[in-house]
Ligand binder design. Structure first.
Ligand code: ATP
Ligand code: ZN
Length: 211
């Protein structure tokens, strides 16, 4: 039997819950410390610990067979992978927000304005769909301070509780994408593969027990 590889985030918001859900599926392995790969002791599977941004493409290219990653990252990378199951954690929404006293209150008001984001591909698609022409400015971190710095008129960023927006004097007014962690697979491998089917069976019962 071929040993499968599953890629999960090595550290960050999805690491702990990814490890937790795999453990609840009865898999016994060591969480990431210094090695990139951890063998599962009681199942023909290896865990790869990666930056979340790399996971969709690794799975698309078959370097990993499976992966756990946020939908926002899958959509942004545009990787062509199969969605096997939603996992119910890592929930967040990509939102457009403006300073509290901004005159921008609707999508139409964004016409000709600038929007800072780390999600240019998702945002551009959304703007196209809504027939809004705006200037999308890519920044890799601290998007929430870019309006205060005068870098943009609006931002498009990941929000979970809304606390970060609020403390930066921003109000959200449009939802671009709602996201949660997803179990993905390389296209075409899941249907016929016994190990993947066994994992899915266990996963479904773990998720059902949580409801
Ligand atoms: P890495 O070092 O792996 O690149 P990162 O800093 O890009 O990590 P994290 O901040 O750990 O990413 O977030 C991982 C994922 O958690 C996000 O892509 C998103 O799907 C989800 N998430 C849930 N809530 C939030 C939030 N409030 N802010 C950002 N991401 C969130
Ligand atoms: Zn990342």
């Amino acid at each position: 039997m071929k040993t499968l590889k599953i890629a999960i985030q090595k550290s960050g918001r999805l690491n702990e819950k990814s490890v937790d859900i795999l453990s609840k599926c009865g898999l016994s392995f060591e969480n990431y410390k210094s090695s990139l790969i951890s063998p599962v002791q009681n199942f023909p599977l290896e865990i790869l610990f990666l930056r979340d941004d790399d996971i969709p493409e690794y799975v698309q290219d078959g370097i990993a067979d499976l992966g756990i990653v946020g939908e926002n990252v899958i959509e942004e990378t545009g990787a062509d992978v199969t969605y096997l199951h939603r996992l119910g954690f890592g929930k967040c929404t990509l939102k457009i927000a403006v300073p509290n006293h901004s005159e921008i209150n609707s999508l139409n008001d964004l016409e000709g304005k600038s929007i800072a984001t780390s999600y240019p591909n998702i945002l551009k698609k959304f703007l196209n769909k809504n027939q809004v022409q705006a200037d999308v400015r890519v920044i890799s971190g601290s998007v929430e301070i870019s309006t205060n710095l005068g870098l943009s008129d609006a931002i498009c960023d990941i929000v979970s509780t809304g606390g970060t927006l609020k403390s930066n004097g921003l109000k959200p007014f449009a939802d671009v994408l709602s996201s949660e962690a997803i179990l993905i697979a390389k296209n075409g491998i899941a249907d016929e593969n016994e190990q993947v089917q066994e994992l899915l069976l266990r996963l479904r019962s773990v998720l059902r027990a949580k409801e």
